[in-house]
Design a protein around this ligand. Structure first.
Ligand code: FEO
Length: 170
C-alpha cells in the first residue's frame, strides 16, 4: 500500500508526464509547419513516449492499491525560434523532469518505501538516456547551425525514430 504522500506525489508526476506529452506534441506541430517533417516525427514519438511514461506511473499507482486522480493539463507553449531553440527547450525541460524524478526518489526514501524506490530507478536511468540523447542532437544541430544540407540530413535521420513503449520495458 502506498502512503498518502507517495500517492499524491505519484499522481502529480502522472500530470507532469502528460504535460510533457502536450509540450512535445505542440513542438511537433510547429516543426511540421516549418517543413521539418523528420524532426516533427521525432517530437511525435517523444509525445508517445511521454504518454507511456504517464501510463507506467498510472499502472504502478493501481498496482500498489492507490487511487489515480487525473488533473487538468496546463496550456503549453506554441511557438519557438527555430529548431535549435526547440531542442534547447527540450533539454531544459528534460533536466527539469530529472529533478522531479529525483525529488520523488527522495520522498520514497523518506517514506521508507523500498518498492517505490525500485520502481523509480527505471525513471532515473531513463532520464540519463533522455538528456544525453537530446544533448547529442543539439550538438549536431549546432554543428550545422540548424541550416542547409546538414539540417536536411539531420531531419532525414530524425524521421527514422520509432516508438518504444515504456510500459513494456523492464
Ligand atoms: Fe517522461 Fe521525457 O521524461
Amino acid at each position: 500500500m502506498l502512503t498518502k504522500r507517495m500517492e499524491i506525489e505519484l499522481n502529480k508526476q502522472i500530470n507532469a508526464e502528460y504535460w510533457s506529452a502536450y509540450f512535445y506534441l505542440s513542438m511537433s506541430a510547429y516543426l511540421e509547419e516549418k517543413g521539418l517533417a523528420g524532426a516533427a516525427n521525432w517530437m511525435r514519438i517523444q509525445y508517445q513516449e511521454e504518454i507511456s511514461h504517464a501510463l507506467k506511473f498510472f499502472d504502478y499507482v493501481v498496482e500498489r492499491g492507490g487511487k489515480v486522480r487525473l488533473q487538468p493539463i496546463d496550456e503549453v507553449p506554441h511557438s519557438w525560434n527555430g529548431i535549435i531553440d526547440i531542442f534547447e527547450e527540450t533539454l531544459k525541460h528534460e533536466q527539469k523532469v530529472t529533478s522531479l524524478i529525483n525529488s520523488l526518489m527522495d520522498i520514497a526514501i523518506e517514506e521508507r518505501d523500498h518498492a517505490a524506490k525500485s520502481f523509480l530507478q527505471w525513471y532515473v536511468d531513463e532520464q540519463v538516456e533522455e538528456e544525453s540523447g537530446v544533448q547529442t542532437l543539439l550538438d549536431q544541430l549546432n554543428m550545422v547551425e540548424g541550416k542547409g544540407n546538414g539540417l536536411f540530413l539531420i531531419d532525414k535521420d530524425l524521421g527514422q525514430r520509432v516508438f518504444v513503449d515504456a510500459t513494456k520495458k523492464d
